[in-house]
Each structure stands twice: as structure tokens, then as C-alpha cells.
Ligand binder design. Structure first.
Ligand code: NAD
Length: 481
């Protein structure tokens, strides 16, 4: 079923049924490229959430008792559906989130691959046997933790939910996921792939609602055993505190403010090209997006010139249009935030080398913006921009640059460019970040863990570590005889 605008009609998925729920409460879904309402998302009531909690409790009992080979087979079938439907999921995503079709379909395809990785890892959730006294079998087992309450934002409308769903289900947990109200149809099309693959009812439940109401309800319920959140630091702290009050573990993938250190011996042109490509991806709305460019003073001119060239080569437009390389910001809040951060930097003496103003016409568009002479007290230097803003700041001494890089409470991603192995080791050793890329701005890969330190959160997604948060370790000692 589609709306008058050709967008899928959004439903929640509870206890194996697609339902309107919400007792009629809805919010509009807005196309950020046109500002048109293209559909409506139902908002759950307390009764809907109680229904989802009961379903997840029941689903957990079934799913943990399902042989791992069967669980893996269902997940692999879901991955086939996601891959087969990637173009469709991509089109839905672009309409409600804005990113170019190439990025959105690519995200859907990568989601299928992430799911395959996690499905296979389900079969490797090994325990261990520990040498013990004669006649005693001492083992350590890893069991699924229980029903999960998961909350994901709008910047990766398929990849975000899929990371949580695939890890939880591979571990044997059930889950209630509140996907972003801004990008609900993508989450619905993703969940449909799992449902069509034959997932038993109640194992995966998708809801939307008033975020604070939903999170309070799900966290406080004794049914849920883990709170998994991706989003901003302030909201992450709120949810972690609430979970702490009921002694629930959390998995927190929060914001960052990634420094890029371009050392004196780096090639400034290559560094600028690679950093710029990462900067404009998803219009800068990525938690690992490079966002403070610390460049050795001797390379400043060349680096900046190439960075500006790369910014001006970006084709800003509707993500569905041929040739677009950067879409609009995903919502009005982001547009207001990047305008505020730019105005504040300029008021404090920064120079805008390119971009800096939204183009005329509808849509939440903001161009790639490169700034220099940005003082350390500009909001942009301490607040995650989460948009296409690139402040370039020179440094003379690497130790000072490292101190600047580490000065913020964030610690998610960091990047360094150098041709010296010794300097690369110094960066690896010193930068306070959970994800470090040297001589490129690498994106996340399923085979390796992602996550932060300090205010950027705790726990890891991806890699063999991905199932850790969803499994509980149990020691069993068995006196035989
Ligand atoms: P926000 O802080 O209002 O919300 C962030 C996400 O958390 C949204 O998906 C929102 O629905 C959800 N949320 C908000 N309050 C909640 C609550 N009480 N319970 C459960 N979920 C709740 O900000 P926003 O305007 O949506 O996004 C802007 C900021 O969020 C960015 O500046 C960035 O720092 C951060 N963000 C981070 C990521 C990430 O991947 N880590 C993704 C999106 C947004």
C-alpha cells in the first residue's frame, strides 16, 4: 500500500502483524528535498508498547529455543530479500532522508552483507571449558540476554536499524526497535525482509512514537534486558541514566567530533581529496564524519585549495536526480543547526571560503562549506556539526595538535595523514578514539568493531565483538557423580 505521494504507507510491526496502532495519533513524513509531506507515521500508545513488550517476551522464549542453524537460515533468507530489494529500499530512503540514490541503495546492499556477517557469527558464539578438579566440569556459556529495547536515528535509515536487529537476532535475543519517525518507511521495508524470511512472531517488533515516551516505557519495563541506542550524547546520557536506575546494561553509539591531523610529511593534495570525500558523504550527517581539520602550517595553502576545489565539485540537489552527489540535510533541525554554527563562527572572525549560505528555493539544502580562521571558542569547534561544515585550522607542533584533538569530551573517530611509520604509531597511541584511520578516511566495515570512548559511548557494533552486548556470560560448574 502506498500514499498519494507513492511512499509506502507506514505501519508498525508487533507480534508478527502489521498494524496502525497509535489510536489515530500520527506525525507527518517530510521529503527534505521538497519540504512536502509524503506520508504519515503512526505514533504508539502505551497499549501498543505493552503489546510489543508481551510479544517480545514471547518471541524471546521461542527464538532462544530455535536451533542456531535454523536461526541462521532465517537471517540468511532475510539478507537475500534485503539485497534483492536494495534499489526499492534506496528509493524509499532517498525520498524521506534525502541522500543520493547511489548512497541509499548502497547502504541497503551493505545492510544485507552486515546481516550475513552477523548470521554467521551466531554459530561462533563459543563458550569455554576450564581445567578444573577431577570430576568437575567447569564451563563458561554465553546465552542470549533477553528482549532488547533499541532506538536508532535517521541518518542511516536502513544501516542503523539493521546493525541492531541483525546483532540482536544473531545472538538469540528478541527486540523492540523504535526507528526514527523521520525515516520510518525505510525501517518498515527493512523489517519486512525479516518478516518475509519467516521470523517467528514477536521476535522482531517495530514501533514509532514520541521518543521520550517510548524510551521511558520500554526501559522501565522488566521485560527488556538491554538498552541499545544510537544518537546524540545528551539523549544517550538520559537513556543510560534511566537504564542505570533499573540496573540495565546499555550499548551506546553516540556522537563525535572527529579530528583529522594532516602532518608535515603528508601529501596535502591526497589528504584533502580523501578527507573531503568523507566529509560530504551523507551531507556530513555521520557520527564519524571528519569535522576538525588540523593541518600543519607548511601544508595549509595546498591542502585548503584542494579541499575547496573538492567542495565546489559537489553537485547539490534532490537525491533522486541524476548526477546529484550531495542531497539536502535530513530535517529542518539540522539546517537550523548548521546555519547557527556558521553564523557563530563568522561572528567570531572565521572566513567562509566556499558555501556558507543555503540556496534559494524549497528543501533543507546547505552547500559544502569550508571555513578558515575559526577561533577555538567558536561553537563549531566543540559542538558536533553533523552537517557539511569543514573548519580548517593550522598547527606548528604535532603534540599541540594531538592535545587539541583530544581536548573534547568526544572520542569516536579520528584520522591522521603521515608518510612516517613512527608518526603513524604516535597517532595510533595518542589519539583518544574508538576508530582511527590513517592515510584515508575509512568507513565502518562489518568485520571490525565500531564504537567510542569518553562521551561517545560504550560497547561495540560490528566485528566479532558485535554480539557481546547481546550475550550474557554464565559460569556453570558441574560436579559429576
Ligand atoms: P536528538 O538528540 O533530538 O535525537 C537524536 C536521536 O535520538 C533521534 O533519532 C531521536 O528520535 C532520538 N531521541 C531523542 N530523544 C529521545 C528519547 N528521549 N528517547 C529515545 N530516543 C530519543 O537530535 P536530532 O536533531 O535528531 O539529531 C541531531 C544530533 O543527534 C546530531 O547533532 C548528532 O549529534 C546526533 N546524532 C547522532 C547520530 C549517530 O549516528 N551517533 C545519528 C543521528 C543524530
Amino acid at each position: 500500500m502506498t500514499t498519494d505521494h507513492g511512499h509506502p504507507a507506514v505501519r508498525m510491526y508487533i507480534a508478527g502483524e502489521w498494524c496502525q496502532g497509535g489510536a489515530g495519533r500520527t506525525a507527518p513524513i517530510v521529503n527534505p528535498a521538497t519540504e512536502e509531506a509524503i506520508g504519515e507515521v503512526p505514533l504508539a500508545t502505551a497499549a501498543d508498547l505493552d503489546h510489543a513488550l508481551a510479544a517480545a517476551a514471547d518471541g524471546f522464549r521461542r527464538w532462544r529455543a530455535t536451533p542456531v542453524t535454523e536461526r541462521t537460515a532465517v537471517l540468511h533468507r532475510a539478507a537475500v530479500f534485503i539485497a534483492d530489494r536494495a534499489e526499492h529500499i534506496g528509493r524509499v530512503m532517498t525520498r524521506e532522508q534525502g541522500k543520493p540514490l547511489r548512497e541509499s541503495a548502497g547502504e541497503a546492499r551493505r545492510s544485507a552483507d552486515a546481516l550475513r556477517w552477523h548470521a554467521d557469527d551466531a554459530r561462533r558464539a563459543y563458550g569455554r571449558i576450564i581445567p578444573s578438579d577431577p570430576g568437575t566440569l567447569l564451563t563458561v556459556r554465553r546465552e542470549p540476554l533477553g528482549p532488547v529495547a533499541a532506538f536508532v536515528p535517521w541518518n542511516f535509515p536502513a544501516g542503523g536499524p539493521n546493525r541492531k536487529i541483525s546483532s540482536a537476532l544473531a545472538a538469540g535475543c528478541s527486540l523492540i526497535i523504535k526507528a526514527a519517525e523521520e525515516t520510518p518507511a525505510t525501517a518498515m521495508e527493512l523489517v519486512r525482509c525479516y518478516a518475509d524470511a519467516g521470523l517467528p512472531p514477536g521476535v522482531l517488533n517495530l514501533v514509532f512514537g514520541e521518543p521520550a515516551e517510548v524510551s521511558a516505557h520500554l526501559i522501565d519495563s522488566p521485560v527488556t534486558r538491554l538498552v541499545a541506542f544510537t544518537g546524540s550524547v545528551p539523549v544517550g546520557k538520559l537513556l543510560a541514566a534511566r537504564a542505570g536506575a533499573v540496573m540495565k546494561p546499555t550499548l551506546m553509539e553516540l556522537g563525535g567530533h572527529a579530528p583529522v591531523i594532516v602532518c608535515a610529511d603528508a601529501d596535502p593534495v591526497t589528504a584533502a581529496r580523501r578527507a573531503a570525500r568523507a566529509k560530504w558523504a551523507n551531507a556530513g550527517q555521520v557520527c564519524t564524519s571528519p569535522s576538525r581539520f588540523l593541518v600543519h602550517a607548511s601544508l595549509l595553502e595546498e591542502f585548503t585549495a584542494e579541499f575547496v576545489r573538492a567542495a565546489e565539485a559537489v553537485v547539490l540537489g534532490d537525491g533522486t536526480a541524476e548526477g546529484t552527489t550531495m542531497g539536502p540535510l535530513a530535517n529542518e533541525r539540522r539546517l537550523a543547526a548548521v546555519e547557527r554554527l556558521t553564523a557563530d563562527a563568522v561572528a567570531r572572525g572565521a572566513k567562509v571560503l566556499t558555501g556558507g549560505e543555503r540556496p534559494a528555493g524549497p528543501g533543507y539544502f546547505f552547500p559544502p562549506t569550508v571555513l578558515t580562521d575559526v577561533p577555538g571558542d567558536a561553537e563549531l569547534m566543540t559542538e558536533e556539526p553533523f552537517g557539511p561544515l569543514a573548519p580548517i585550522v593550522p598547527f606548528d607542533d604535532l603534540d599541540e595538535a594531538l592535545a587539541t584533538a583530544n581536548a573534547l569530551p568526544y572520542g569516536l573517530a579520528a584520522y591522521g595523514f603521515t608518510r612516517s611509520a613512527a608518526t603513524a604509531e604516535k597517532l595510533s597511541d595518542t589519539l583518544e578514539a574508538g576508530i582511527l584511520s590513517l592515510n584515508h578516511c575509512g568507513g565502518s566495515v562489518h568485520e571490525a568493531p565500531s564504537g567510542g570512548v569518553k562521551d561517545s559511548g560504550h560497547g561495540r557494533e560490528g566485528g566479532p565483538e558485535a554480539l557481546d552486548a547481546y550475550l550474557v556470560t554464565k559460569r556453570v560448574s558441574h560436579l559429576l557423580a
